[in-house]
Design a binder for this molecule. Structure first.
Ligand code: PLP
Length: 341
């Protein structure tokens, strides 16, 4: 299930055709295997699937029967017009996801739905940890998280959610992966946000959601600006909109360190599938972006969102630009105190 994009990218070809044409006749078992996780149902050979099925179905009255319904019925997350440059810009506010208040609810929802077993182990220094602990509770799975030192600030949240955790003396999430092996040998399942293609697939749906929102305004994006950690959301958005409209992807990496995002050369799977302009942003610039956004719009965006916003302000983007803001500033207050910036 996690290796959808292997086999010489067969699945990508089906996704490409679906996105380009808006529909696709499922020709064989391979196509059905690739499309089923995207559509979250068993897609049958011979049926015609439509991109429109991936569009959100928001709850008009915002009354929900349980917290999973709150996640899915809460989509689309807001798209906020923030135009400041020569073109039009919209910010996708992903902290409106209810579990981790971040874009990672989407990834984790897809990952957890696919894994069997009731014990989960993962490495994360932030939003994935919180989303896994929270959704694990809802789906009846026990969760253990290994946390690199920089991710200490999520520990109180994991404690309240009742997840197990262990801090590791490593600086990056990827370096901690080897510590999982013992748990895996003892029967825990590792969803693997860094390698599981469902991370990418989850965000093809995020892309369809943004497409649906912009289409209501009669628009399509010329640029997507997004930060890269696993590269799941930036790559999927870049892929979807690149195929559909020739949209350009601007991928934001930290010059030094920014929570949630990493430099491309530290190794990430999906960014290789798309063409992207890579932009370096320092922590100082990212936090200046946070301040600037707060001053202009009154909203406290997270540091990686600040990096995305800072990348946007550096350039005069024409046409329509979509900026993805993965989370808000609230869970970073312990970090901000340490940084004294
Ligand atoms: N920003 C924040 C705050 C995150 O938590 C993450 C991922 O954990 C990202 C950006 C990067 O997202 P992705 O892993 O989809 O590249």
């Amino acid at each position: 299930m996690g290796n959808l994009l292997h086999n010489a990218g067969v699945c990508l070809e089906y996704y490409r055709e679906l996105i380009r044409e808006g529909q696709l006749r499922v020709g064989d078992g391979e196509a059905a295997r690739c499309l089923s996780p995207l559509f979250e149902r068993s897609v049958a050979v011979g049926e015609e699937v439509s991109l429109a099925e991936l569009y959100p179905r928001p709850s008009p009255h915002r009354v929900f029967n349980n917290s999973l319904e709150l996640l899915r019925g809460g989509w689309p997350t807001p798209l906020l017009k923030i135009s400041e440059g020569p073109g039009e810009a919209y910010a996708k506010l992903e902290w409106f996801n209810p579990f981790s208040a971040s874009v990672k609810d989407r990834t984790v929802y897809y990952l957890l739905k696919s894994v069997e077993g009731d014990r989960i182990v993962e490495v994360s220094s932030g939003n994935v940890a919180v989303a896994l602990a929270a959704l694990g509770n809802v789906l009846g799975k026990r969760v253990k998280i290994y946390i690199p030192t920089a991710g200490r600030y999520v520990v109180p949240l994991l404690n309240y959610l009742g997840a197990e955790w262990q801090i590791l003396d490593v600086s990056m999430t990827v370096e901690a992966l080897e510590h999982l092996e013992k748990d895996i040998r003892e029967g825990a399942v590792h969803p693997n946000q860094f390698g599981n293609d469902l991370n990418f697939v989850a965000h093809l749906k995020t892309a369809a959601e943004i497409d649906w929102q912009l289409a209501a305004l009669g628009k399509k994006p010329d640029y997507i600006i997004a930060g890269i950690g696993t590269s799941g959301h930036a790559s999927a958005l870049g892929f979807y909109f690149g195929v559909r409209y020739g949209t350009k992807l601007v991928a934001v990496q930290p010059r030094d360190w920014i929570p949630g995002i990493r430099r491309v050369e530290t190794g990430m799977k999906w960014i290789k599938l798309v063409e992207a302009e890579i932009v370096d942003i320092s922590l100082e610039e990212a936090l200046r972006g946070v301040r600037e956004f707060a001053k202009r719009h009154g909203l406290l965006i997270g540091p990686s969102a600040g990096a995305v916003y800072s990348a946007y302000l550096k350039n005069s983007y024409r046409g329509v630009t979509v900026l993805v803001f993965p989370d808000s500033l609230f869970k970073y207050t312990p970090l901000l105190e340490q940084l004294s910036v």
